[in-house]
Design a protein around this ligand. Structure first.
Ligand code: ATP
Length: 348
């Protein structure tokens, strides 16, 4: 039996009173894929995840798993594992007992020897073999989430659902556990949906990131595609930093800071607009013919962040390699141009 599934969310709609939590959400998730659903608070991420798990009814739409419509199937029949934000372990059970709990439930009844073998393997998978007999209060938040992950995987789910699983942890543990989740997910191969409002987390963990806005999917793409070729101003501005720079668009190209670059899909087709430029897409050099002056410099190790006031009054944030930045000090006159990369241009 395969451990993963092809998941289709088709036109999911849900209204809570006056709030439209889902407004026709469509997402296809390939077998074994990890998709992160990213978006601002209230955009419907959790509602979508809960609907997939069967914990939230819908006004309209279908949930299809491996070609089968499971929209009205009971949650415990869906063969999905779920990890919540935090504090979801049973406090009176040890790590091992928590992991075995899933295997005791009716739909997944497993013999005791097999249960114990499997819980041992799962605790090893999440790096907690030595904590099998610890109770939740004897473990850190990160360790508890590892147990929750092992418990969710115990039933060998076809789909793993993670609802902001790292949000209660501190920054360092978050990054570590994010990497662990990805390693484990690749090892077990389970189709996974990871809900987060943290863009770094989404870009760092997922095969593809779906950006949601007001109950629909704005764009779904690989992390690099999303960053380099956003198809709406919302996606460009939500994922990473952007600098709006005036641009003139014609025939699929934009003239920005004197440089002609291609425009990406979704941009305005012609006329004046604002190109959304990533800090590292600027080319900055000290020059006699200048269009800007350095206002501030922050050394970040291998790169420097420069705040530059352009002569037209625009203030930009550029990021350049430190190796070439020795003559880019505060007050230096500079010429700012663009690397030849496609840009998104929104209406001014
Ligand atoms: P967050 O990151 O803050 O958790 P989210 O993107 O996960 O946000 P949802 O929790 O899906 O958003 O909520 C979407 C909208 O639906 C919000 O406006 C929320 O207040 C509303 N909502 C969600 N569940 C309910 C409910 N049971 N009753 C009423 N309104 C709800």
């Amino acid at each position: 039996m395969s451990n993963s599934a092809y998941v289709q969310l088709v036109n999911l709609s849900k209204q809570f009173g006056k709030v439209r939590a889902l407004a026709g959400l469509n997402v296809d998730i390939a077998e074994g894929e990890l998709v992160a659903l990213l978006g601002p608070s209230g955009c419907g991420k959790t509602t979508a995840l809960r609907a997939l798990a069967g914990l939230q009814d819908l006004d309209a739409g279908q949930i299809i798993v491996d070609g089968k419509d499971i929209t009205f199937m009971a949650p415990n029949k869906r063969n999905m594992g779920m990890v919540f934000q935090a504090y979801s372990l049973f406090p009176h059970m040890t790590a091992r007992e928590n992991v075995e709990y899933g295997l005791r439930m009716k739909a997944h009844r497993t013999a005791s020897a097999e249960r114990s073998k499997r819980s041992g393997e799962l605790l090893e998978l999440v790096g907690l073999s030595t904590h099998a007999n610890h109770y939740p209060h004897q473990m850190s938040g990160g360790q508890q989430q590892r147990v929750a992950l092992a418990r969710a995987l115990a039933i060998q789910p076809k789909v793993l659902l993670l609802d902001e699983p790292l949000s209660a942890l501190d920054a360092k543990v978050r990054t570590q556990l994010r990497e662990e989740i990805r390693r484990i997910q690749l090892e077990v191969g389970t189709t996974t949906v990871f809900v987060t409002h943290d863009q770094e987390e989404a870009l760092g963990v997922a095969d593809r990131v779906g950006v949601m806005k007001q109950g629909i999917l704005e764009q779904i793409a690989t992390p690099s595609e999303l960053y380099e070729r956003p198809q709406s101003a919302f996606v460009a501005e939500f994922v990473g930093l952007t600098n709006p720079i005036s641009a003139n668009v014609s025939a699929g190209n934009a003239e920005v800071l004197g440089v002609r670059v291609p425009v990406v899909k979704g941009s305005i087709e012609s006329g004046k607009g604002l190109a959304l430029i990533r800090p590292e897409w600027f080319h900055v050099e000290a020059s006699s013919s200048t269009n800007g002056k350095i206002f501030a410099v922050s050394f970040l190790g291998s790169t420097c962040r420069l705040t530059i006031d352009l002569t037209d009054g625009t203030r930009i944030r550029a990021q350049v390699p430190s190796s070439g930045a020795s003559n880019l000090g505060i007050g230096a006159s500079v010429n700012v141009t663009l690397k030849s990369l496609p840009v998104f241009v929104k209406g001014a």
